[in-house]
Write a protein that binds this ligand. Structure first.
Ligand SMILES: Nc1nc2c(ncn2[C@@H]2O[C@H](COP(=O)(O)OP(=O)(O)O)[C@@H](O)[C@H]2O)c(=O)[nH]1
Ligand SMILES: Nc1ncnc2c1ncn2[C@@H]1O[C@H](COP(=O)(O)OP(=O)(O)O)[C@@H](O)[C@H]1O
Length: 214
Protein backbone atom coordinates (compact mmCIF):
# COMPACT_ATOMS: atom_id res chain seq x y z
CA UNK A 1 0.00 0.00 0.00
CA UNK A 2 1.21 3.51 -0.79
CA UNK A 3 2.06 5.81 2.13
CA UNK A 4 -0.87 8.24 2.42
CA UNK A 5 0.03 11.70 1.14
CA UNK A 6 -0.39 14.65 3.44
CA UNK A 7 -3.73 16.49 3.37
CA UNK A 8 -4.09 19.31 0.85
CA UNK A 9 -3.29 22.82 2.06
CA UNK A 10 -5.86 25.62 2.02
CA UNK A 11 -4.14 28.69 0.57
CA UNK A 12 -6.21 31.77 1.26
CA UNK A 13 -5.68 35.03 -0.65
CA UNK A 14 -7.48 38.16 0.57
CA UNK A 15 -7.13 41.83 -0.29
CA UNK A 16 -9.20 44.92 -0.91
CA UNK A 17 -10.90 44.79 -4.29
CA UNK A 18 -8.46 45.77 -7.05
CA UNK A 19 -5.22 44.96 -5.20
CA UNK A 20 -4.55 42.08 -7.59
CA UNK A 21 -5.69 38.79 -5.98
CA UNK A 22 -7.37 37.40 -9.09
CA UNK A 23 -4.36 38.29 -11.25
CA UNK A 24 -1.96 36.61 -8.82
CA UNK A 25 -4.26 33.60 -8.36
CA UNK A 26 -4.40 33.15 -12.15
CA UNK A 27 -0.60 33.28 -12.42
CA UNK A 28 -0.19 30.77 -9.60
CA UNK A 29 -2.60 28.37 -11.30
CA UNK A 30 -0.63 28.63 -14.54
CA UNK A 31 2.59 27.93 -12.67
CA UNK A 32 1.12 24.89 -10.96
CA UNK A 33 -1.84 23.27 -12.69
CA UNK A 34 -2.19 20.74 -9.83
CA UNK A 35 -3.37 23.58 -7.63
CA UNK A 36 -7.15 23.67 -7.44
CA UNK A 37 -8.96 27.02 -7.53
CA UNK A 38 -11.95 27.10 -5.22
CA UNK A 39 -14.82 28.35 -7.36
CA UNK A 40 -17.13 30.28 -5.06
CA UNK A 41 -20.86 30.70 -5.36
CA UNK A 42 -22.09 34.29 -5.56
CA UNK A 43 -25.30 36.21 -6.01
CA UNK A 44 -23.52 39.04 -7.86
CA UNK A 45 -24.08 39.48 -11.59
CA UNK A 46 -21.42 38.03 -13.93
CA UNK A 47 -18.98 40.56 -15.41
CA UNK A 48 -18.38 40.47 -19.15
CA UNK A 49 -16.01 37.61 -19.91
CA UNK A 50 -16.93 35.65 -16.76
CA UNK A 51 -18.26 32.12 -17.24
CA UNK A 52 -20.55 30.26 -14.86
CA UNK A 53 -18.52 27.54 -13.13
CA UNK A 54 -15.13 29.12 -13.98
CA UNK A 55 -14.76 32.36 -11.98
CA UNK A 56 -17.90 31.77 -9.93
CA UNK A 57 -21.07 29.73 -9.77
CA UNK A 58 -23.64 32.46 -10.32
CA UNK A 59 -26.69 31.86 -8.13
CA UNK A 60 -29.95 33.56 -7.28
CA UNK A 61 -30.43 34.58 -3.66
CA UNK A 62 -32.79 31.69 -3.05
CA UNK A 63 -30.40 29.16 -4.64
CA UNK A 64 -27.60 30.53 -2.46
CA UNK A 65 -29.77 30.36 0.68
CA UNK A 66 -30.63 26.74 -0.15
CA UNK A 67 -26.92 25.83 -0.35
CA UNK A 68 -26.30 27.40 3.07
CA UNK A 69 -29.40 25.71 4.49
CA UNK A 70 -28.18 22.31 3.23
CA UNK A 71 -24.85 22.88 5.07
CA UNK A 72 -23.12 22.97 1.69
CA UNK A 73 -20.85 25.95 2.44
CA UNK A 74 -17.47 25.88 4.15
CA UNK A 75 -17.90 29.61 4.83
CA UNK A 76 -20.06 32.39 3.47
CA UNK A 77 -20.37 36.13 3.87
CA UNK A 78 -22.03 39.22 2.52
CA UNK A 79 -19.57 41.39 0.58
CA UNK A 80 -20.52 44.64 -1.22
CA UNK A 81 -24.23 43.80 -0.87
CA UNK A 82 -23.97 40.34 -2.44
CA UNK A 83 -23.52 36.89 -0.94
CA UNK A 84 -20.38 34.86 -1.56
CA UNK A 85 -19.55 31.39 -0.27
CA UNK A 86 -17.23 28.42 -0.69
CA UNK A 87 -18.88 25.10 -1.64
CA UNK A 88 -17.68 22.57 0.94
CA UNK A 89 -17.66 19.24 -0.96
CA UNK A 90 -14.90 19.99 -3.50
CA UNK A 91 -12.60 21.39 -0.79
CA UNK A 92 -12.95 18.29 1.37
CA UNK A 93 -12.37 16.03 -1.65
CA UNK A 94 -9.21 17.93 -2.66
CA UNK A 95 -7.84 17.85 0.91
CA UNK A 96 -8.39 14.10 1.11
CA UNK A 97 -6.50 13.64 -2.18
CA UNK A 98 -3.60 15.77 -0.90
CA UNK A 99 -4.37 18.46 -3.45
CA UNK A 100 -3.81 22.09 -2.43
CA UNK A 101 -6.68 24.56 -2.91
CA UNK A 102 -6.39 28.27 -3.62
CA UNK A 103 -9.09 30.60 -2.28
CA UNK A 104 -9.85 34.19 -3.35
CA UNK A 105 -12.10 35.18 -0.45
CA UNK A 106 -12.55 38.20 1.82
CA UNK A 107 -11.40 38.58 5.44
CA UNK A 108 -14.70 37.26 6.79
CA UNK A 109 -14.28 34.01 4.87
CA UNK A 110 -10.62 33.79 5.86
CA UNK A 111 -11.56 34.21 9.51
CA UNK A 112 -14.30 31.56 9.33
CA UNK A 113 -11.94 28.97 7.84
CA UNK A 114 -9.12 29.84 10.27
CA UNK A 115 -11.57 29.36 13.15
CA UNK A 116 -12.78 26.00 11.82
CA UNK A 117 -11.38 22.52 12.37
CA UNK A 118 -9.33 23.00 9.18
CA UNK A 119 -7.20 25.78 10.71
CA UNK A 120 -3.99 23.76 10.85
CA UNK A 121 -4.07 23.22 7.09
CA UNK A 122 -4.45 26.93 6.28
CA UNK A 123 -1.80 29.22 4.77
CA UNK A 124 -3.22 32.74 4.60
CA UNK A 125 -1.81 35.59 2.54
CA UNK A 126 -2.98 39.20 2.46
CA UNK A 127 -2.27 41.30 -0.63
CA UNK A 128 -1.82 45.05 -0.10
CA UNK A 129 -1.82 47.69 -2.86
CA UNK A 130 1.25 50.00 -2.98
CA UNK A 131 -1.04 53.00 -2.40
CA UNK A 132 -4.73 53.88 -2.28
CA UNK A 133 -4.29 55.94 -5.48
CA UNK A 134 -2.95 52.81 -7.22
CA UNK A 135 -5.83 50.76 -5.84
CA UNK A 136 -8.38 53.14 -7.34
CA UNK A 137 -6.47 53.35 -10.64
CA UNK A 138 -6.44 49.54 -10.87
CA UNK A 139 -10.18 49.31 -10.28
CA UNK A 140 -10.69 51.88 -13.04
CA UNK A 141 -8.30 50.30 -15.56
CA UNK A 142 -9.93 46.91 -14.99
CA UNK A 143 -12.93 48.71 -16.50
CA UNK A 144 -15.40 46.11 -15.28
CA UNK A 145 -17.42 48.09 -12.78
CA UNK A 146 -19.51 51.26 -12.84
CA UNK A 147 -18.31 54.40 -11.01
CA UNK A 148 -20.86 53.65 -8.31
CA UNK A 149 -19.60 50.09 -7.81
CA UNK A 150 -15.97 51.33 -7.75
CA UNK A 151 -16.86 53.96 -5.14
CA UNK A 152 -18.51 51.25 -3.01
CA UNK A 153 -15.43 49.02 -3.23
CA UNK A 154 -13.09 51.91 -2.39
CA UNK A 155 -15.23 52.77 0.64
CA UNK A 156 -14.86 49.19 1.92
CA UNK A 157 -11.14 48.87 1.23
CA UNK A 158 -10.03 50.48 4.49
CA UNK A 159 -12.06 47.98 6.47
CA UNK A 160 -10.66 45.01 4.47
CA UNK A 161 -7.08 46.32 4.90
CA UNK A 162 -7.58 46.60 8.67
CA UNK A 163 -7.53 42.76 8.84
CA UNK A 164 -4.04 42.35 7.35
CA UNK A 165 -2.55 41.37 10.73
CA UNK A 166 -4.71 38.22 10.93
CA UNK A 167 -2.85 36.65 7.99
CA UNK A 168 0.28 34.46 8.00
CA UNK A 169 1.92 36.49 5.20
CA UNK A 170 1.51 39.93 3.66
CA UNK A 171 2.62 40.83 0.12
CA UNK A 172 2.68 44.37 -1.23
CA UNK A 173 1.67 44.04 -4.88
CA UNK A 174 3.80 46.83 -6.35
CA UNK A 175 5.37 45.00 -9.28
CA UNK A 176 3.20 42.06 -10.28
CA UNK A 177 6.14 39.81 -11.25
CA UNK A 178 7.81 40.42 -7.88
CA UNK A 179 4.54 39.74 -6.03
CA UNK A 180 4.10 36.51 -8.00
CA UNK A 181 7.64 35.44 -7.11
CA UNK A 182 6.96 36.09 -3.40
CA UNK A 183 3.79 34.06 -3.58
CA UNK A 184 5.61 31.12 -5.19
CA UNK A 185 8.32 31.26 -2.51
CA UNK A 186 5.69 31.12 0.24
CA UNK A 187 3.90 28.21 -1.40
CA UNK A 188 7.12 26.27 -2.02
CA UNK A 189 8.24 26.68 1.60
CA UNK A 190 4.84 25.83 3.09
CA UNK A 191 4.57 22.74 0.90
CA UNK A 192 8.00 21.55 1.94
CA UNK A 193 6.95 21.97 5.57
CA UNK A 194 3.71 20.06 5.06
CA UNK A 195 5.37 17.34 2.93
CA UNK A 196 7.96 16.41 5.50
CA UNK A 197 5.34 15.87 8.23
CA UNK A 198 4.17 12.33 7.28
CA UNK A 199 7.72 11.02 6.87
CA UNK A 200 8.83 12.71 10.11
CA UNK A 201 5.92 11.05 11.94
CA UNK A 202 7.20 7.68 10.68
CA UNK A 203 10.77 8.54 11.56
CA UNK A 204 9.95 9.56 15.15
CA UNK A 205 7.80 6.43 15.49
CA UNK A 206 10.98 4.50 14.61
CA UNK A 207 13.00 6.35 17.26
CA UNK A 208 10.33 5.53 19.85
CA UNK A 209 10.38 1.85 18.86
CA UNK A 210 14.13 1.94 19.45
CA UNK A 211 13.57 3.41 22.94
CA UNK A 212 11.00 0.69 23.66
CA UNK A 213 13.44 -2.03 22.63
CA UNK A 214 16.23 -0.83 24.96
N1 LIG B 1 -16.16 35.17 2.15
C1 LIG B 1 -16.05 35.01 0.83
N2 LIG B 1 -15.62 36.02 0.06
C2 LIG B 1 -15.52 35.80 -1.27
C3 LIG B 1 -15.82 34.56 -1.85
N3 LIG B 1 -15.61 34.65 -3.19
C4 LIG B 1 -15.16 35.89 -3.42
N4 LIG B 1 -15.11 36.60 -2.28
C5 LIG B 1 -14.66 37.98 -2.07
O1 LIG B 1 -15.67 38.87 -2.46
C6 LIG B 1 -15.07 40.10 -2.84
C7 LIG B 1 -15.64 40.58 -4.15
O2 LIG B 1 -15.26 39.70 -5.19
P1 LIG B 1 -15.60 40.09 -6.69
O3 LIG B 1 -17.03 40.45 -6.80
O4 LIG B 1 -15.11 39.00 -7.57
O5 LIG B 1 -14.78 41.43 -6.93
P2 LIG B 1 -13.21 41.74 -7.04
O6 LIG B 1 -12.52 41.21 -5.84
O7 LIG B 1 -13.21 43.22 -7.13
O8 LIG B 1 -12.73 41.07 -8.30
C8 LIG B 1 -13.56 39.84 -2.89
O9 LIG B 1 -13.00 40.33 -1.68
C9 LIG B 1 -13.47 38.34 -2.93
O10 LIG B 1 -12.26 37.88 -2.36
C10 LIG B 1 -16.27 33.51 -1.00
O11 LIG B 1 -16.56 32.38 -1.40
N5 LIG B 1 -16.37 33.79 0.32
N1 LIG C 1 1.18 44.93 -9.69
C1 LIG C 1 0.26 45.47 -10.50
N2 LIG C 1 0.53 46.61 -11.13
C2 LIG C 1 -0.40 47.19 -11.94
N3 LIG C 1 -1.63 46.67 -12.20
C3 LIG C 1 -1.96 45.53 -11.59
C4 LIG C 1 -1.04 44.86 -10.70
N4 LIG C 1 -1.64 43.74 -10.23
C5 LIG C 1 -2.88 43.70 -10.80
N5 LIG C 1 -3.07 44.76 -11.62
C6 LIG C 1 -4.29 45.12 -12.39
O1 LIG C 1 -5.20 45.71 -11.47
C7 LIG C 1 -6.55 45.35 -11.79
C8 LIG C 1 -7.20 44.68 -10.57
O2 LIG C 1 -6.59 43.41 -10.37
P1 LIG C 1 -7.45 42.12 -9.94
O3 LIG C 1 -6.51 40.97 -9.99
O4 LIG C 1 -8.71 42.05 -10.74
O5 LIG C 1 -7.77 42.51 -8.42
P2 LIG C 1 -8.69 41.82 -7.31
O6 LIG C 1 -8.93 40.40 -7.75
O7 LIG C 1 -7.90 41.90 -6.04
O8 LIG C 1 -9.95 42.63 -7.25
C9 LIG C 1 -6.47 44.44 -13.02
O9 LIG C 1 -6.73 45.22 -14.17
C10 LIG C 1 -5.02 43.93 -13.00
O10 LIG C 1 -4.57 43.64 -14.30
Amino acid sequence: MQTPRRRGLLIILSSPSGAGKSTLARRLMQWDPTLRFSVSATTRQPRSGETDGVEYFFKTRSEFAAMVEADGMLEHAEVFGNFYGTPKGPVEAAMAQGRDTLFDIDWQGGQQIRRSSLAKDVVSIFILPPSIADLEARLRTRAQDSDEVIAGRMAKSRDEISHWGEYDYVIINRDVDAAEAELKTILTAERARADRQPSLNDFVRGLNAEFDAR
